[in-house]
Design a protein around this ligand. Structure first.
Ligand code: THU
Length: 144
């Protein structure tokens, strides 16, 4: 599958128009590519109880999974500046590891220009090596 990077970058950037960020004023947009070619955007949604904030990446994953998608091929995150772009936080890395393959490319682009000139690409495994995976066969064996 050829990854439509331009579409993903445009989608992640456009999504930032819908961020709910009255506290941090720090917009983040995400665009997640499912294996059927569909693109799922997400934004950060903050809350007066700060800890309840949902990041852009998790919003995108939850939207897609709740619509029946389970397999993903690429992610673009748009936020921050070229000097300090919005790399995914630890919680988002673990949520991504639940549904995305370790070799999935994750591209980070700054929100502020010159954005497209400085994408940063990593695999999910580079962001989260040795991700926690529950060994369900072991759980089952313990029950018996
Ligand atoms: N944020 C994201 O949306 N994604 C990340 O991976 C890191 C942080 C958001 C959460 C909060 O609304 C704002 O950035 C500042 O922390």
């Amino acid at each position: 599958m050829t990854i439509p990077w331009t579409l993903l970058m445009q989608s992640a950037r456009a999504a930032t128009a819908n961020c709910h960020i009255p506290y941090s004023h720090y917009p983040v947009g995400a665009a997640l590519l499912a294996d059927d070619g569909s693109v799922w955007t997400g934004v950060n949604i903050e809350n007066a109880s700060y800890g309840l904030t949902n990041c852009a990446e998790r919003t995108a994953v939850f939207k897609a999974v709740s619509e029946g998608k389970r397999h993903f091929r690429a992610l673009v995150i748009c936020g921050g500046t070229a000097d300090s772009p919005a790399h995914p936080c630890g919680a988002c890395r673990q949520v991504l590891a639940e549904f995305c393959p370790p070799d999935m490319p994750v591209r980070v682009i700054p929100l502020l220009p010159p954005a497209e000139e400085s994408p940063i690409d990593h695999t999910l495994a580079e962001y989260l090596p040795c991700s926690f995976q529950l060994d369900s066969s072991r759980e089952k064996a313990l029950e018996e």
